[in-house]
Design a binder for this molecule. Sequence first.
Ligand SMILES: *Cc1c(COP(=O)(O)O)cnc(C)c1O
Length: 385
Amino acid sequence: MADKNHRAWVEVDPEAVAHNYSIVRRMMPGKGIMPVVKADAYGHGMLSIARRLEQEHPSFFGVANAVEAQHLADAGLTTPPFILGPTPPEEREQIVAGSWGCTVSSIPEAQHFQRIAQGLHCVMSVHLALDTGMGREGFLPGELGEILPQLAAMDALRVDGVMSHFPVADEDEAFTRRQIELFEDCVAEVKRHFPSLRYVHTAASAGLLGFRVPSATLVRPGLMLYGVAPGSVAPPEPLRTTLRLLARVTLVRDLPAGHGVSYGRTFITPQPMRVATIGIGYADGWRRQLGGRGLRICVRGEMCPMLGRVTMDQIMADVSAVPGVQSGDVAELIGPHVPVERVAELAGTIPWDIFTGLGRRLPRTECAMRQVISSSSPFCEGNRF
Ligand SMILES: *Cc1c(COP(=O)(O)O)cnc(C)c1O
């Protein structure tokens, strides 16, 4: 667990992430996997997750930029990083020098990579990005006829892969089906110019759960590895919880009826209440939007309503129904009792945003989460803390 001086921290279980990875593995026999570890592995800590997943021999690590890729390389990880989005010119030397995976979306980008690779006397492998509906990067399908011969003529560039991305895999099945058909046509066209294409990929978590892409050789799961299945399609086996957000009770007091709690006095005690003050706030990524939404957090195994507004470093909760709560007790704010999906819904956002918004003030520690879930006694009772 965290240093005793920390009031709030994140516990992460890399073994649970590896378990969720193994579910993807079983769903996708014969396909490669690019676990997405961008944004500090969705707030879990990039290096501890990447180190554990490297034992599973992934094809690439999905990252957002060259800084993240360098972080992995510096830590001695040997799985190549793959930079998911378009790359600004300033990052490209480093990408070529590192032989990292990346996409190209335009001829000027491709020409720049070609010049850099020529200068370094190497051949740069790139994945062609296709915009089949996301509107974020890639060539449009109608451009392929013109650009494929141009790319084929660049001798220091090897088009090794084709990728695309689904904008509504968890929302619009008909659109996604049409998008897959379009993608399949594009892949066939690319293969006519680049017959030795090795990597074809388009599915993130929602895509791989809901759809089959016949030409795909690789999938790019992110959120699913972190225990959350987007959309309405359940994974074939239950995902394990990978992260808990915990914070200490700093004070417990009895308030009389009619007393305001927190800024704005948006909550007034309707009767006498035992109120716990807890050491976490919006500066830790515990969203201010959660105030007044009826979210319940877990204290001593009981679900306790959060009261009033979230402040920068502290929140309050009604612990009237929980005997014996005292200063130093640990509350769960995200975890097996308080699913991140619920927190996201009440904050008016998505689990990706809650995970990646967990603050820098929260230390990350590793722990085995399975014992916690399967234990009949609630985790926050006595001995664990
Ligand atoms: C972030 C990202 C992913 C992972 O998405 P999840 O929904 O978290 O599985 C996959 N592909 C691309 C291009 C991404 O940017």
